[in-house]
Design a protein around this ligand. Sequence first.
Ligand SMILES: [Zn+2]
Length: 147
Amino acid sequence: MAWCAMVLASSYIIVFSSCWAWIIVFLFAIVGVITIFQALRPVDKPDYVLYVEDDIHGAKWRWGWIRNRLSNLCCYCPHCDAVIVYRYDLILEETHFFCENCRHSLIATIKGGNKSYAFGAVEREIDRRIRTGEYKKIGQPTAGEIE
Ligand SMILES: [Zn+2]
């Protein structure tokens, strides 16, 4: 009789422990499925990722977005759309933007520093226009154009 009780007890332990193992496996599977669904869920992109061009400091600027970060900021001539070249004036601490295609005409000047500073100033202006919602007004006629 004692061996029968031992067999029953040991089989109970085996069934009980295997049941717990299955419960743990099942919980891990549920967590895995939830994680996969969250990873595959489409990410809502903010509206401003469509904002990739604007006139800033007298020149035309274009850029792209990598996730939510601005990238590939570049300056173009507002008259002929050529890529602008720049020169830093050390004495006046300002960066001049020239168009080689328009007889090296001065397109824009950004005061305060070199090319890095100028590009940073443009990025800050883009950020400001996004925060204030001003970028949404691009393409809409201004009061002067309506009259
Ligand atoms: Zn030009």
